[in-house]
Write a protein that binds this ligand. Structure first.
Ligand SMILES: [Zn+2]
Ligand SMILES: [Zn+2]
Length: 108
């Protein structure tokens, strides 16, 4: 579980990466972990255009959604967050929202 501070991460200034879909350099985000074969454990990046074309989900954005949903809906052993569900986000919930917004901005 990552800390929910307001410290911005570098996601908005994603460096140019090799896009594994159109095979070229572009501002890209991580979309897939290589599971087997050569390069297993590595990460594949895709630029925005390829993400739209191939409906690729950015890993960190998905993780941010997931963390927020778990916080709002609860998971085994952890009840749904009452303040957040009453639309007055607790500090943790506010941090999760901020993270998600930051990821979505970086996806644009
Ligand atoms: Zn691409
Ligand atoms: Zn909360």
């Amino acid at each position: 579980m990552q800390e929910t501070t307001d410290t911005p991460r570098d996601d908005g200034t994603v460096p140019v990466q090799w896009c594994s879909w159109h095979k070229g350099m572009a501002v890209s985000r991580p979309v897939q972990i290589i599971e087997q074969g050569e390069g297993a454990g590595g990460t594949l990046y895709a630029c925005r255009e390829c993400r739209v074309t191939h409906r690729l989900e950015v890993l960190s954005t998905f993780a941010a959604w997931h963390a927020l949903f778990n916080h709002l809906g609860g998971v085994e052993g952890i009840p749904p967050c009452a303040p957040c569900n009453a639309f007055s986000p607790c500090p943790e919930g506010a941090g999760l929202w901020a993270t998600l917004r930051r990821e979505q901005e970086a996806d644009k």
